[in-house]
Write a protein that binds this ligand. Sequence first.
Ligand code: KIV
Length: 280
Amino acid sequence: MDERTKITVPRLQQMKQEGRPITMLTAYDYPTALLVDRAGIDVILVGDSLGMVVLGYESTLPVTMDEMIHHCKAVRRGAHYALLVGDMPFMSYQSEVYEAVKNAGRFLKEAGMDAVKLEGGRDYVPVVEAIVRAGIPVMGHIGLTPQFIARLGGFKVQGRTAQAARALLEDAKALEAAGCFALVLEAIPDRVAARITEAVRIPTIGIGAGPHCDGQVLVTHDLIGLFDRFVPRFVKQYTNIARQISEALAQYRREVLDGTFPGPEHRFTIKDEEWEAFEG
Ligand code: KIV
């Protein structure tokens, strides 16, 4: 078996050339990062989806840079092999190129990420170019971009008309030319994703974009059934960890109430002579 080495940006490029599928998952904390990294996943995304699945916000819009950095640092401590990508939150790159570069830099300098991801098409070419010029690898994200939910009018599949599909293809090419090293394609028809994947030399990583992308990404909390406020159609739930946790918590409560926990194996003892001396 090959000795495991850290995944790098050039390695992802090579995987596309070799036709080796790229695996990517989210993690927001140390224990999940450990598990995802141990599972051999190539890329860990500290996604701004953390706003919804771990912080309980209604959308990703309230997530701040400081929250992202806090979670990225925890993930960094747990993951040793996966390429680590920090997601730039809403309004950390949309207002000014200078702010965008400064914020992107924080992900590498303070949080130990290897790269950043940002949502948006060709309007964001100047931002991507400036961040890449600063030496920071950028992953693009087009299709359903949750930070633009107000403009998109909801969590809807994108690129379903010829015109919209053409616009996505143009966005993908523009982001590649701007220097993105990979592209997330979210919630777009499978044939459109396949066409984009053929048209660019950088890897595409799909979520709800069909099987013809160079890789796949899911939100880990969706895959393990830990977030059930809503489950998008493109999610495959591999387990229902929420049910298992609920059963364990209910059993703990029952056992405390009926006195079966703690049992003899969970208690500490004191020697008889010490006890007698203590009782005096
Ligand atoms: O924030 C996130 O988790 C994402 C993935 C869904 C790609 O952007």
